[in-house]
Design a protein around this ligand. Structure first.
Ligand SMILES: [Zn+2]
Length: 141
C-alpha cells in the first residue's frame, strides 16, 4: 500500500451509503459503475493536493449544470504515473503544486441532491487505467 504524502482533506471518511446511493468505487449508477471514491466533505472545507504535481485543467462533472466544478491533478516525481480527477471542488489555483498545497474548496451538493452526504468525488488513473483509490492508497476510512 502506497502512502499519500498528504491527506486530500481533513478527516477523509468515506461517504459509504445514503438515499442517493453508495460512494464506493464500482458501486452501481443506473447502467454504469461509479468510477471513483466519494469522500465526506463539508461545504467550503479546504481541499489539498495529496501529492506533488500540476493542476492541468478544470473538469466539469455535469455538462448541463455548470454550478459544479472539478480539477485534474497530474502527479510529478514519484507520482508522475498518477492522475487525479476531483469533482465538486471550486478550484482556486492552477499550475504546479506541492503536496499539501490547498487546491480548492468543497462545494455544496445539497443544492442538487437534497439530503445527500456532502462529499468530493475522486477518480484515480495510473497511466490510462482507472484504479480504486481506496485499494491503492487506503485514501479514506
Ligand atoms: Zn462519486
Amino acid at each position: 500500500m502506497q502512502k499519500l504524502p498528504h491527506p486530500i482533506l481533513t478527516g477523509q471518511r468515506s461517504r459509504v451509503h445514503d438515499a442517493w446511493g453508495s460512494g464506493q468505487f464500482g458501486a452501481p449508477r443506473g447502467g454504469r459503475k461509479h468510477q471513483g471514491l466519494d469522500i465526506k466533505a463539508a461545504p467550503f472545507q479546504k481541499v489539498f493536493a495529496p501529492f506533488p504535481g500540476t493542476i492541468t485543467r478544470e473538469a466539469a462533472p455535469y455538462r448541463d449544470d455548470h454550478r459544479y466544478r472539478g480539477l485534474v491533478l497530474q502527479g510529478s516525481g514519484t507520482w508522475k504515473d498518477y492522475t487525479l480527477k476531483i469533482f465538486y471542488v471550486q478550484g482556486i489555483i492552477s499550475g504546479e503544486v506541492a503536496a499539501g498545497s490547498q487546491i480548492g474548496y468543497v462545494q455544496n451538493l445539497g443544492l442538487k441532491y437534497p439530503g445527500i452526504t456532502n462529499h468530493i468525488h475522486v477518480e484515480v488513473r495510473k497511466g490510462k487505467q482507472l484504479v480504486d483509490p481506496f485499494s491503492i492508497w487506503q485514501m479514506c476510512f
